[in-house]
Design a protein around this ligand. Structure first.
Ligand code: GDP
Ligand code: MG
Length: 439
């Protein structure tokens, strides 16, 4: 699937200390193919690739801490943007009830999603009313009634001999009379978009004056779902899309193209035939899910916020000039500690695989406290010039810090390892000129 393909592309990139323009181009070629194969709209893919390349080859790589990770991060951010950026909330009427019109083709999942939406609202202490507006499909009313009973939500119906417009009007009144704060209008679908369907929906719309017009589309139909959304939106101003059947063997293309093609955001996604609360759609989470790297992205973010580039540069300078002291060492350990799961972080960093073998690089809270005690028992001279730490000094430090000579020896060894690691770090930071990291 799309996830696996993208993960392979980025797996290759991530391992690199430096990323050339060719690397980016090569990766983007593969991303492009993966997106097209996932049935993402052609034009959307083209624009997307152009944007990512632009950012990757531009400024952002220059400042980069690890360029390979930056490319992944850019792709993630652009994917998120493509799907609308932030989560779109369900509208709420100033004066209840809030009216939600559910539209869509037959079999898209309108009735099921209506019940799921009711369950979601009920969970947040609202009192929804389901209105059975599909008078054409046999047993459509019964279907909604069964679902309503299952979740304990009232279902309003006038049978199948009354017009949908009249049902909507009466349903709304029923909600007002009974203090119900959300009205979910289930409507009829057709196999194809036709004039009669649109006309009926327009009339229902006029009477119900919905706060939300949600188009329910079946994600399994891929680009067809997007085309359907486009025509509906042109004829009946939609406020959002519900993407159903994401549980199935979907290629994901619809989720990625809907917003870009129609300008209408996905507000909810639905999975499964069982009535579970409808899930709000989070572009960010979807992007991470597609890239299959939720954890990694949060780690990148952490690394970017907790490793201060200026400080790191200063450390690097100190090391080169042999000014790197035990105090700096302490501070450095503290920075690394802030990053959290060190093992994972190491895996992601180019050239860090080997460092991981150095067991004594594992940082835990207790160990840091011990290190702190040892360093504090050192004299100024000792901190600055570790080479003067002979056996008697080490013994004194151990006693002073409540540790053992073995602990002190280990720390000094660690200090040397840290210096080596710093050297690795500094080479990963790349040259700092404007073209840094790209060549
Ligand atoms: P409607 O014609 O638009 O009202 O569609 P329905 O709600 O009756 O759903 C049509 C079929 O799709 C039913 O068999 C549902 O159980 C199934 N369905 C609806 N939503 C989902 C979903 O999110 N996932 C899966 N797997 N099936 C769904
Ligand atoms: Mg239905």
């Amino acid at each position: 699937g799309l996830s696996t393909r993208l993960q392979n592309v980025f797996g290759k990139l991530r391992g690199k200390g430096k990323v050339s323009e060719d690397d980016v181009n090569e990766a983007m070629r593969e991303v492009r193919l993966a997106l097209l194969e996932a049935d993402v709209n052609f034009k959307v893919v083209k624009d997307f690739i152009a944007k990512v390349k632009d950012r990757a080859i531009g400024q952002e790589m220059a400042k980069s801490f690890t360029p390979g990770m930056v490319v992944v991060d850019i792709v993630n951010k652009e994917l998120t943007e493509l799907m609308g950026g932030t989560q779109s909330k369900l509208a709420k009427a100033n004066k209840p009830p809030t009216v939600i019109l559910m539209a869509g083709l037959q079999g898209a999942g309108k009735t099921t999603s209506s019940a799921k939406l009711a369950k979601m609202l009920q969970k947040s202490n609202h009192k929804p009313l389901l209105v059975a507006g599909d008078i054409y499909r046999p047993a459509a009313i019964k279907q909604l009634q069964v679902l309503g009973e299952q979740i304990g939500v009232p279902v309003f119906t006038l049978g199948d001999q009354t017009s949908p417009v009249e049902i909507a009007r009466s349903g709304l009144q029923h909600a007002k009379d009974n203090g119900l704060d959300y009205v979910i209008l289930d409507t009829a679908g057709r196999l194809h978009i036709d004039a009669a369907l649109m006309e009926e929906l327009r009339q229902v719309h006029e009477v119900a004056k919905p706060d939300e017009v949600l188009l329910v589309v079946d994600s399994m139909t891929g680009q067809e779902a997007v085309n359907v959304a486009k025509s509906f939106h042109e004829q009946l101003e939609l406020t959002g899309v519900v993407l159903t059947k994401l549980d199935g063997d979907t290629r994901g293309g619809a989720a990625l193209s809907v917003k870009a093609v129609t300008g209408c955001p996905i507000k909810f996604v639905a999975t499964g035939e069982k009535i579970e609360p409808l899930e709000p759609f989070h572009p960010e989470r979807m992007a991470s899910r597609i890239l299959g790297m939720g954890d990694m992205l949060s780690l990148i973010e952490k690394a970017q916020t907790s490793i201060d580039a200026d400080k790191a540069a200063e450390m690097e300078r100190k090391m080169r000039t042999a000014e790197f002291t035990f105090d700096d060492f302490l501070e450095q350990m503290d920075q690394v500690r802030k990053l959290g799961p060190l093992d994972q972080l190491m895996d992601m960093m180019p050239g860090m695989g080997k460092m991981k073998e150095m067991k004594n690089l594992k940082v835990d809270e207790k160990q840091i406290n011990r290190v702190e005690a040892i360093v504090k028992s050192m004299t100024k001279d000792e901190k600055r010039k570790p080479e003067i730490l002979n056996h008697s000094r080490r013994k004194r430090i151990a006693t002073g810090s409540g540790t053992t000579v073995a602990d002190v020896n280990r720390l000094i060894k660690q200090f040397d390892d840290m210096r080596k690691m710093m050297k690795q770090f500094s080479s990963m930071m790349g040259p700092k000129g404007p073209k840094g990291g790209m060549k």
